[in-house]
Design a protein around this ligand. Structure first.
Ligand code: KPL
Length: 288
């Protein structure tokens, strides 16, 4: 049994808490005291398997060291969290979409053993204490550049995430780039057209999916055929899911468009990517 903290109780944070609390001691750190109180009263329910678990909940200001701290907040919250995280130097696992948090973490938390992770599970938060597992995907983790994990460390990490199809990768940048491509295609298109991931498989969207996939794979130096195959696999596995960007727009929250297409536009000012970037930015501005 390991002592784990999960920072962030959005859809991914709740999904991790729902599975990891079955075997480990989990503390879930929330943004608001209201959500912490509700979780302490009602637990966290996985609506898909109809199971409730009881992690301890605290607000993020009370963060203390744990064996593992999984940071599952949106990428744009990482910067403001940095002073809190630097105080509890430990083994961190960062699970964010996009790339903008990577430099911040590698620079700000040099003394910790950091891992970056990607999640392709579909998750939807229905209430502050309830989440649905809307698509079975996987979790991939790779060590950051200054982290040289031992075989024993890798084994522990694998056992920690076992219920969620864990894979350990060695090339962190390649892993994050592959996920960036997935998010750069699925998230803006589903948010733009207000559709579930699976609807992207319809012939109506095929040209647009292929076109964005081609542009992003070229920009990130990924093999197009392989990238397209992986993309279709993830769309298929999460076909019932609403992407995190669509959920953000529907809930009138800030999206991760800056960390995804915004980041890619800093590499190349591609007009199709800019079109989708600006469309989502306008939506976001109108909502907030
Ligand atoms: O990461 C996701 C997201 O929505 O942000 C995918 C894998 C696309 C699942 O919807």
């Amino acid at each position: 049994m390991l002592d784990i903290a999960i920072v962030g109780a959005g859809s991914v944070g709740l999904l991790l808490a729902a599975y990891l609390s079955e075997k480990h001691t989990v503390t879930l750190y929330t943004k608001t005291a209201e959500q912490a109180t509700l979780i302490n009263q009602k637990g966290v329910t996985n609506l898909t398997i109809k199971k409730t678990v009881f992690p301890r909940a605290e607000i993020i200001d009370r963060l203390i060291p744990h064996e593992y701290i999984i940071v599952a907040v949106k990428s744009y919250h990482i910067q403001s969290l940095m002073p809190t995280l630097a105080n509890v130097s430990t083994c961190f696992i960062f699970i964010q979409n996009g790339m903008s948090h990577v430099k911040e973490v590698e620079f700000g938390l040099k003394q910790s053993s950091n891992w970056f992770g990607i999640v392709t599970h579909g998750a939807k938060k229905y209430a502050p204490t309830a989440v649905a597992h809307t698509g079975v995907g996987e979790i991939k983790l790779a060590p950051s550049t200054n982290n040289l994990p031992t075989e024993a460390g890798i084994k522990r990490l694998k056992s920690l995430f076992r219920p969620l199809n864990i894979h350990i990768e060695h090339d962190c940048k390649a892993m994050l780039h592959k996920k960036l491509l997935v998010n750069a295609v699925i998230n803006p298109l589903t948010a733009h057209y207000n559709i579930k991931n699976g609807q992207l498989l319809s012939a109506v969207y095929e040209d647009e999916v292929r076109d964005l996939c081609k542009r992003v794979s070229k920009l990130l130096d990924l093999d197009y055929d392989e990238a397209y195959r992986d993309l279709i696999t993830i769309i298929t596995k999460t076909k019932e899911n609403e992407s995190s960007m669509l959920q953000d727009i529907k809930n009138q929250r800030r999206t991760e468009i800056d960390a995804i297409l915004g980041y890619l536009l800093t590499l190349e000012n591609d007009y199709r990517m800019r079109f989708h970037y600006e469309f989502i930015k306008k939506r976001e501005e109108a909502l907030m």
